[in-house]
Design a protein around this ligand. Structure first.
Ligand code: ADP
Length: 211
């Protein structure tokens, strides 16, 4: 399997309700209509580890930062490597992969306060194994996303409140600042309409995808 056929790996990041899912769905549809093969994946993975993370995120299980960090790191590695839905498997088949959050999201550990250095360290193995070709950060005012979440969601996750989202956004931006020499990051203004954001993402990524 030659490297030249490898699919593109594009990660979408942003605080909750910033529109990652919406944009990925739209992008996937457009790519498929134009004849590209696309696989969509999300964090956490659909595995026992992912399930545990989810339980923590909704407040059903309480644990310490160290345990959460270890679970995130394990989930990332599984997400990259596992035999059934591992990202690498798809990329090697020339399939383009769109990810709703990759390791950057863990820089933002939303429900707990974790030192940024610890988080970067915890995610360093995933970063070494597989960096996205491009990380797109959909940057939205947390007040705007809270309105969206309240209007549209049946359940709210533990950390989905404005102060947390403000802090999370700041952590993301700090992480991007730190990692700008090694990561390719595109910051997109997410306070606009779904269509306008989609067009910007399309224009800035279309040359990356592989047929
Ligand atoms: P995320 O995946 O980042 O949590 P979603 O894509 O699920 O965000 O969007 C959260 C909610 O906000 C959804 O109900 C979606 O329809 C709505 N939404 C997404 N993008 C926009 C936008 N640009 N303008 C208005 N509403 C949006």
């Amino acid at each position: 399997m030659g490297e030249e056929k490898r699919g593109a790996f594009v990660a979408l990041e942003g605080i909750d309700g910033s529109g990652k899912g919406t944009q990925i769905k739209k992008l996937k549809k457009r790519l498929e209509a134009e004849g590209y093969a696309v696989y969509r994946t999300a964090e956490p993975n659909d595995s026992p580890t992912g399930d545990l993370i989810h339980q923590i995120m909704i407040g059903r299980i309480r644990t310490t930062n160290d345990v959460i960090a270890a679970l995130y790191a394990a989930d990332r590695l599984d997400h990259i490597q596992n035999d059934t839905n591992g990202i690498l498997k798809f990329l090697r088949q020339g399939i383009n992969v769109l990810t709703d959050r990759y390791y950057f999201s863990s820089y933002a550990y939303q429900s707990v306060d974790v030192p940024m250095d610890w988080v970067i360290e915890a995610n360093s193995l995933a970063a070494k194994l597989l960096r996205p070709d491009l990380t797109i950060f959909i940057d939205v005012d947390p007040h705007v996303t809270m309105e969206r979440i309240e209007k549209n969601r049946l359940t709210r996750e533990l950390f989905e409140e404005t102060d947390r989202l403000m802090a999370t956004r700041a952590r993301y931006l700090e992480a991007f600042e730190r990692m700008k020499d090694v990561e390719k990051i595109l910051i997109v203004d997410g306070n606009r309409s779904v269509e306008v954001i989609h067009e910007e993402i399309w224009k800035k990524t279309k040359s990356l995808y592989v047929k």
